[in-house]
Design a protein around this ligand. Structure first.
Ligand code: ZN
Length: 687
């Protein structure tokens, strides 16, 4: 898990991950943004700059003027004011432009860096083990000190100077021109990302409200498992078991692979519950309530043993999604460069155009390796596949070293946070970093005792440290905690390199979250090595590969449903919740029939529509797949390249586009090739 790693982007690009929620907000109108600068005024401004600065690049002038005009509102001035503003503020001289860019970078580093530091301070009492949480602590933790920065910069016109001189380039444009850009030109383009949209604050608030409602809807969607009946009127689950949809339901399916007696029957019952959530035939009264018994197979409800008429939820789930769509659609008019939520989630948030994501997923889902891995699962299960086996959990390899032994080692080695902090340099030396680099990186990472399971929170200015938050019990760090801490350490190393070693501050960071996740996985894989230990179970690596392969097969399928649902919404903007429900049912079946039916031998399953992310994190699901794709591409590269120098080189590339980063890092664009190849090897070994 990472926190705030991409503070800068997340602030300005309204990504799904930022703030998911929806409430009933009435009619789905996209409020038109006022186009206050006419084409004639734009032409005048271009002409005025041309006269003022003869010989300058006409295309660049036009791009800057058009971009600034798209953000200008009546309150900013008259069209004449706009023309005057452009001719007075255009920086034609390359040396002056570079000097201005450096100044902007310095100011923004100070602002972002301090806002990030303020957020860290405001949240410290809630997140760290620092005694009782007082009632005021969560209030400060929820406060965002930098919330008004963007509006302020439109008011004082700094935003327009940047928009005019450092115009916005779409991801598609960056992918085309980027290969020829110098780091300085990448810096210009990233500065151009800062002011790409201008959303009125009431709309931002409306979006927050809608997303908060989605969160609340999801948070209260519990199934009382002790009240579930099967066809023999048996209750298979413990009386007080309450599971949150969909995460806990899915995890309970996973947990029951180890249960040889009732596991299969329990899984089948959970699966039926999921189907009823997707098609909304689930009785409303059984959601978040244990006051009645419910047989998901027949859909009968019993109160005190007596059969009761129970109204179905009908469309609650899809109304939430529709509310999301309406508020996201209302933002379209204020994002001239990315006028659909799909473009904003993919081209801006993930920085991979949506068609490319779909193409990559299609390739993976259709790969012959899927059938090979499925055959191994069938063999291990000793039965034909059931649809819920998309969550097959039997590739977990037993380690050759006992957990007790590992706990004893980590508890002794890391009795507290300070002990881990003091050891970071040694860990880096062991990974092959030079003494100088190891010392530097270690000196930039603070280890804090977390209340939760931990996270990595990067700095946003070079003067600040990254924070590794980890939970350490009084008895010392156990192996599970250590394993997670090494994952977070990978994030911190990425955060530190990609802030301090990039050529320009404006390109600090990585293209998207998957890139930091990949290095975290790479570190996590080496956790035993860092303890001077080696697992001698020869199958472990192969099983792990297949485990990741199969989870990618699942996540890419649910991502496909999510993406196709949004495409459908944009094609049917006036749809009702009922129409949306029917569409999602059809899309889920369609994706299933294309990629899963040939493997599972059963058609028309709807379960791929079950993910709660579809409600509270619109279009975030596809992000999950990329961390592992990149992870495998990096591991493939490390087989023939020296680890530490390559980590330093790659993560100093900064925020290129994902494809450009991969090409410069490992010599090939983002692809499925490495994981498919690894799966093939694993299948051959385990057959
Ligand atoms: Zn992580």
């Amino acid at each position: 898990m990472i926190k705030n790693y991409i503070v800068i982007l997340a602030c300005f690009v309204m990504t799904a991950a930022c703030q998911p929620t929806v409430r009933k907000i009435g009619t789905p109108v996209a409020e038109p943004a006022e186009a206050t600068v006419s084409d004639a005024a734009v032409a005048d401004a271009i002409k005025a700059i041309g006269t003022e600065t003869p010989g300058s690049n006409a295309d660049l002038i036009e791009k800057g003027v058009r971009h600034a005009a798209s953000l200008w509102r009546t309150s900013d001035g008259t069209p004449e004011d706009f023309v005057k503003f452009c001719s007075e503020n255009y920086i034609a001289d390359p040396a002056k432009k570079e000097a201005s860019f450096i100044r902007f970078s310095e100011y923004l580093e100070s602002l972002y860096g301090h806002f990030n530091k303020l957020s860290l301070d405001m949240q410290e009492n809630v997140q760290l083990q620092k005694g009782d949480v007082l009632p005021i602590d969560p209030m400060f933790a929820a406060y965002n000190p930098g919330a008004h920065l963007m509006n302020d910069f439109y008011d004082n016109k700094i935003a327009f100077i940047i928009a005019l001189n450092f115009p916005y380039y779409s991801t598609e444009e960056k992918n085309i021109s980027g290969p020829n850009w110098t780091p300085l030109e990448w810096g210009y383009a990233r500065l151009g990302d800062v002011f790409s949209s201008r959303v009125p604050s009431d709309l931002v608030q409306r979006q927050s409200k809608v997303m908060a409602e989605g969160d609340a809807y999801i948070a209260d969607y519990n199934i009382y498992m002790g009240n579930l009946l099967n066809d023999s009127n048996e209750k298979l689950f413990p009386e007080n078991m309450v599971l949150l949809s969909h995460w806990n339901l899915r995890d309970e399916i996973k947990a029951n692979y180890a249960n040889k007696e009732t596991g299969f029957r329990k899984q089948a019952l959970i699966y039926k519950v999921m189907e009823r959530i997707v098609d909304q035939s689930i009785p409303k009264m059984v959601i978040n309530s244990g006051n009645q018994d419910w047989n998901p197979l027949t859909n009968e409800v019993f109160v005190s043993g007596t059969k009761t008429e129970a109204e179905a939820e009908t469309d609650g789930r899809y109304q939430q999604i529709l509310n999301n769509f309406h508020v996201f659609q209302a933002l379209d008019a204020y994002n001239p460069a990315m006028p659909t939520a799909i473009q904003r989630a993919f081209s801006a948030g993930m920085q991979i155009p949506q068609p490319e994501v779909q193409k990559l997923f299609n390739e993976f889902l259709s790969s012959p390796q899927v059938q090979d891995v499925a055959a191994i699962i069938k063999k291990r299960l000793g039965r034909e596949l059931s649809p819920w086996d998309i969550w097959y959990d039997g590739f977990k390899a037993r380690s050759s070293i006992s957990e007790e032994k590992l706990n004893a080692i980590t508890e002794k080695k890391y009795p507290n946070a300070q002990a881990l902090e003091a050891d970071l340099g040694n860990l880096l030396l062991k990974l092959g970093f030079t003494k100088e680099k190891a010392n530097f990186l270690a000196s930039r990472i603070a280890v804090d005792p977390a209340r939760g399971s931990g996270h990595a929170w990067g700095a946003s200015m070079k003067a600040e440290k990254a924070h590794l938050r980890t939970r350490i019990p009084a008895t010392g760090m156990n192996y599970k905690g250590y394993n997670i801490a090494i994952h977070e350490f990978g994030h911190n190393v990425e955060q530190t390199i990609s802030l301090n070693d990039v050529p320009y501050y404006m390109i600090n960071g990585v293209p998207n979250t998957a890139f930091t996740e990949a290095l975290a996985f790479v570190f996590q894989e080496r956790d035993l090595f860092l303890l001077n230990m080696k697992d001698s179970n020869p199958e472990k690596e192969y099983l792990k590969t297949l485990d990741i392969f199969w989870s990618l097969y699942e996540i890419m399928g649910v991502s496909m449903v999510d993406m196709k649902m949004w495409q459908w919404l944009y094609a049917n903007p006036a749809a009702t919740a009922t129409e949306l429900r029917d569409a999602v049912t059809e899309i889920s079946k369609d994706v299933w029939n294309t990629y899963y039916a040939p493997v599972f031998g059963q058609k028309d399953q709807t379960v791929l529509g079950i993910y709660s992310h579809m409600i509270n994190s619109p279009m975030y699901l596809p992000n999950y797949a990329f961390g592992h794709l990149i992870h495998f591409q990096l591991e493939e590269h490390f087989k023939t390249h020296e680890f530490a120098p390559e980590v330093l080189r790659m993560y100093a590339l900064g925020q290129l586009t994902p494809n450009e980063w991969m090409k410069q890092a490992v010599g090939a664009p983002l692809s499925n090739e490495a994981i498919l190849k690894a799966a093939e090897t694993a299948v051959a070994k385990l057959k």
